[in-house]
Design a protein around this ligand. Sequence first.
Ligand code: ADP
Ligand code: MG
Length: 695
Amino acid sequence: MDKDLSEFPIQYIKGVGPQRARLLNRIGIRSAKDALSYLPYRYEDRSTIKKISTLSYGRMETAAGKIISAEVIRVPGRNLRIFELVLNDGSGLLKGKWFNQPFMKKNFRVGQEVLFSGVIKRNPYWGGFEIDNPEFEIIHDGDDAHIHTGRIVPVYRVTNGLSVRQMRSIMFTVVQTCMSGVHDCLPSEILQKYGLSGLPESTMNVHFPVENTNIDLLNRGLSDFHRRLSFDELFMLELGLAVIKRGSVSERGISFKPGGRLLAKLTGSLPFTLTQAQERVFNDISKDMNSPQPMSRLLQGDVGCGKTIVALMAMTVAAECGYQSALMAPTEILAEQHYITIRPALEHLGLKVCLLTGSRKEKPLDVITSGEADIVIGTHALIQEGVVFKNLGIAVIDEQHRFGVMQRALLRKKAKNPDVLVMTATPIPRTLAMTVYGDLDYSVIDELPPDRKPVTTRSFNASQKEQIYTFIRDEVRNGRQVYIVYPLIEESEKTDLRSAILGKEAFEKVFPEFRIGLLHGRMKTPEREEVMTSFKEGGLDILVSTTVIEVGVDVPNATLMIIIHAERFGLSQLHQLRGRIGRGTHQSHCILVVYKPYTDEARRRIDIMVKTHDGFRIAEEDLDIRGPGEFFGTRQSGMPDLRIANIVRDGLLLNDARREAFALIEKDPGLEGYPLLRRSLETFWKGKIELFKTG
Ligand code: ADP
Ligand code: MG
């Protein structure tokens, strides 16, 4: 087969057909290529064929012999038919049993040679060796291609209607028939340098390993064959990122002149001095802005470290040089919050700030187009068609983990090569950040503003109501404010709302003397703004809310957060929520209210939250619990899916792949000398690279 495997429909593989193709589609296999990258999730060693007389009870064993009988037996008085197949290898007898599958009989004839694998049981009556539902393999004369037993066999995840055995047979056919379509396109210097085995060889062996392959390495995804395939995938990923990055670097952007009067006025008016980390990061940003190449920088910093002010400074620089800025936030509430805090600070400098969100009726499109608006704050609405900037100079994306590469590219398209600054509170190890946001430069604020007191965190059972009430009462009486957060219940947004509404009513009964407000995502924008403003200005003591306050809400006087049903929240969400308090100089407290029963994993999350504040540690634990795909949300971010490599497990490989990919693009930006590689790259990124070129 010399066709492009990614275009070869799985249906046309021998033995598949339309019905099985539908089942395979369900597990993401559409083409022969998809099948080849659908790796076994574990392996079983069935390669040692034992003499029947030496089998041990209770162990997983493999043995072979000639069929001496094949009978369906009816069990009297019970509606049960058992197909029994007896093998003899000269040293002893081994019986295989299939329950209520009389049709199995037609697969076998007496005299055939058959291999069995399975857990050896002892016959309760006569004590012989038996296997229930053995994996089997009929050995044909001169046929040494064992698929299901007599070798290290792959075990695949399957779906309803498709057995592991059928899947294994299909994969065997794919591997047998498609190898001529597997082309090694890695430059041979790289293969040599890292001692990587060939692609066809690795592909074949990762599915059907040769004898004596280390089963432990196979099962951990670390065999040489796995390493080669992972390297390929990581290399493609990094190559794409290198192309994107080069694309933006080679463009000409704006050369801003930072350091003007407005900027000085802004920093002079702050009620605090910048931390050293903020200074350092702003310095990175100033350099980028000054350079004629467009900035693409990731700014990472834990919740509460003060990223917003750094963004404000950058936007002020742009305004001072006559350019517009956009600040894009992932939720309307966050956009509104930014608007409420930023507008006074910047209008004070004589700049015009406006807000653009989907649900706001008045859309300041005219002032954006005319250039009258200096700073536009908004949500996704900012990247919609119809929003035309006069001269966008810098785009800031807040809480980047909610947005992806695609949105970034769209925002960039709103102008001719504006500078782009993305900010995230997801504290991830630098090397991983480089991968997930690999087309970006990287700065980190690794310092919290001084005199922040760490938040104390404890967990309470739902039954400990009185203690919780006492906490609330004390805080409010001391002039502080309280958040009470209800979880998002997945089944329905309505129940979600109801629990917050009912919660508010319940708290009103307990605390008739306190002013209690309610905030949720379904409220009309003006209402929401009113509630938030009121809470911020101290007009409310308690804010009952759904998780909409997860990001960005900044009310330093709020010092107590009660999270109801904390067992239902993910770690990073808990961390984000807790980041809403501990923002002022008063001691803050977080109370996690847990309801039984909860899972061990939930317990683990709660324990971690109680134990540590370190966003970095929390992220590590989260990564460990959820796995990289979920953790980074790579799918939603528009990055290609990794099907083989695991960026945590394969961290070292990733570094190598990155280094080589960037070096190659440096040397041959258009991959002119590597047409095969170029095509694979385009398939891997599914055309997205093109988008970036024009963006
Ligand atoms: P995040 O990085 O989570 O977006 P914010 O930018 O919202 O954090 O800042 C959190 C709070 O810290 C805000 O109230 C902000 O005014 C305050 N803040 C920022 N920088 C400093 C600083 N250097 N010293 C004291 N407070 C600061
Ligand atoms: Mg923020």
